[in-house]
Design a protein around this ligand. Structure first.
Ligand code: ATP
Ligand code: MG
Ligand code: MG
Ligand code: MG
Length: 479
């Protein structure tokens, strides 16, 4: 089954179970300041779960565009390193707004997987929230999954890879215990079942999460029961496509193969430093989707907020192209390939093709103007570090790269990671703070000297960056 057919089959299945097919919402959650980008199918129904909004249906099904590159769910650093994470992906979901609950949700999921998609039952593993005896009983007694394949998992807050069976969209909002379905890709792949010490391998891949929405978490962390218990599920289209197409990694599915070929072509094909297995090609295939869909939904590269996340993704992509030999704008030329694959399901891509191409090309041209010189500095620093036996990349140099050459901190960190070293993000921060202080002092001086100065006020835009830095540090602590 091709990805497009799987998407249709999912929606049709839930339509046959009385669900209204609802279109994907924008990647930019205009009405929700708690959210950077849409990160799950349930986002557009948040107020319905909370009881603030009513819809003419109590069951819905969607294929939702999601981006996880910032905020609570951030997978940017996983792309190119795991078989299963993207920045942009499609989440297939079914939702009950105070209609059915655990029993039916589980029964639907099992029916779709084993009867429609015909997955072998003995390859499926299940996790339930540690205290959720009801879900455990439904899986073992009613559905008949052997108890040794139904694993109880708590809320492992803070753990990076460990399963977490209490789902939250962000720090506040609707949340609840969940049950997840995993597919065993076979013993030739490293990894252990969920909850085991080897679970961060990619043998057992989580395909579907069924969340039993029961609470609204407030700013103090207090859980308030929702007016009506509800269901929110999410299955990554790319992950179920990998299973159904008999491949392991998402990057091996039909759609990604086309994009990887396109990336290969654009970095110079046989004349490039790439072979078709290069992680950088996967990164490019991933990033062209995130970048194009974000531009289609109105985000443009910039220095703050959402625009800065987009800029960082584009620049990371360009640097990966550079690594494979690209020396001039190339990334935007992958847009037609993407439109060919996904333009039918998402007309905004087709309608926006010209604009997306132009926005990406401009950002590329801008970054290519400083990339080569910036890379020379990075290489010189890395060489000096190697000679001196150092493993921490100087934070002031990272700041200079950021300030003068347009290298976001995470881009420098991405290069460093490939070389097995880390960036001194603390020193980077200090350099950034020093510069802000100088700019502020200079602004004050200007104001004093010229009383009718009406330039822009200095505001702090470091939020995203700090968050990302936290992520980078955590990442290196792990490995
Ligand atoms: P993982 O543990 O693999 O990171 P998750 O538990 O963070 O996944 P959920 O928040 O439960 O994911 O999202 C529901 C489903 O969406 C997942 O079961 C998976 O199929 C899919 N999914 C989540 N994150 C990604 C991603 N970055 N790329 C592709 N699919 C994803
Ligand atoms: Mg995750
Ligand atoms: Mg998970
Ligand atoms: Mg999950």
């Amino acid at each position: 089954m091709k990805s497009a057919e799987i998407r249709d089959a999912f929606l049709k299945f839930f339509e046959s179970k009385g669900h209204q097919i609802v279109a994907s919402s924008s990647l930019v959650p205009h009405e929700d300041p708690t959210l950077l980008f849409t990160n799950a199918g349930m986002n557009q129904f948040k107020d319905v779960f909370l009881g603030f909004d009513k819809r003419p249906y109590s069951r819905a099904t969607t294929s939702q565009k999601c981006v996880r590159a910032g905020g609570k769910h951030n997978d940017l650093e996983n792309v190119g390193y795991t078989a299963r994470h993207h920045t942009f992906f499609e989440m297939l979901g079914n939702f009950s707004f105070g209609d059915y609950f655990k029993r039916d949700a589980i029964a639907y999921a099992w029916e779709l997987l084993t009867e429609v998609f015909k997955l072998p039952k003995d390859k499926l593993w299940v996790t339930v929230y540690a205290e959720d005896d009801e879900a455990f009983e439904i899986w073992t007694r009613e559905v008949g999954v052997p108890a040794e394949r139904v694993i109880r998992i708590g809320d492992n807050k803070g753990a990076r890879y460990a399963s977490d069976n209490f789902w939250m969209m962000g720090d506040t909002g609707p949340c609840g215990p969940c049950t997840e379905i995993f597919y065993d890709h076979g013993e030739h792949i490293w990894g252990g079942p969920p909850g085991s010490p080897e679970e961060d391998g990619d043998r057992y891949i989580e395909i579907w999460n069924n969340v039993f929405m029961q609470f609204n978490r407030d700013e103090q962390g207090v859980m308030h029961p929702l007016p009506r218990p509800s269901v929110d599920t999410g299955m990554g289209l790319e992950r179920i496509a990998a299973v159904l197409q008999g491949v392991h990694a998402n990057y091996e599915i039909d759609l990604f193969q086309v994009l990887i070929q396109a990336a290969y072509r654009e970095v110079g094909g046989e004349n490039s430093g790439a072979d078709l297995d290069s992680p950088s090609l996967k990164v490019l295939a991933d990033h062209i989707r995130a970048c194009s869909f974000l531009v289609a939904d109105g985000v443009i590269p910039g220095n703050e907020g959402r625009g800065y996340v987009l800029r960082r993704i584009i620049r990371r992509a360009i640097r990966h192209g550079y690594k494979l030999g690209a020396r001039a704008a190339f990334f935007h030329r992958m847009v037609p390939d993407l439109v060919g694959e996904m333009g039918r399901a998402y007309p905004e891509l087709k309608d926006g093709e010209r604009r997306i191409t132009d926005v990406l090309r401009q950002e590329e041209e801008r970054f290519f103007a400083t990339l080569e010189n910036g890379m020379a500095i990075v290489e010189a620093e890395l060489a000096a570090m190697e000679a001196a036996g150092k493993t921490v990349f100087d934070g002031n140099t990272a700041f200079k790269l950021h300030d003068t050459y347009g290298f976001p901190l995470d881009l420098t960190a991405d290069i460093c990671r490939e070389r097995g070293v880390i960036v001194d993000a603390v020193a980077f921060d200090a350099a950034m703070a020093r510069q802000k202080e100088q700019a502020r002092a200079a602004g004050k001086f200007k104001m004093a000297a010229n009383l009718d100065y009406d330039g822009p006020e200095t505001t702090f835009h470091g939020y995203e960056l700090l968050e990302e830095k936290g992520n980078i540090l955590a990442l290196y602590k792990d490995s």
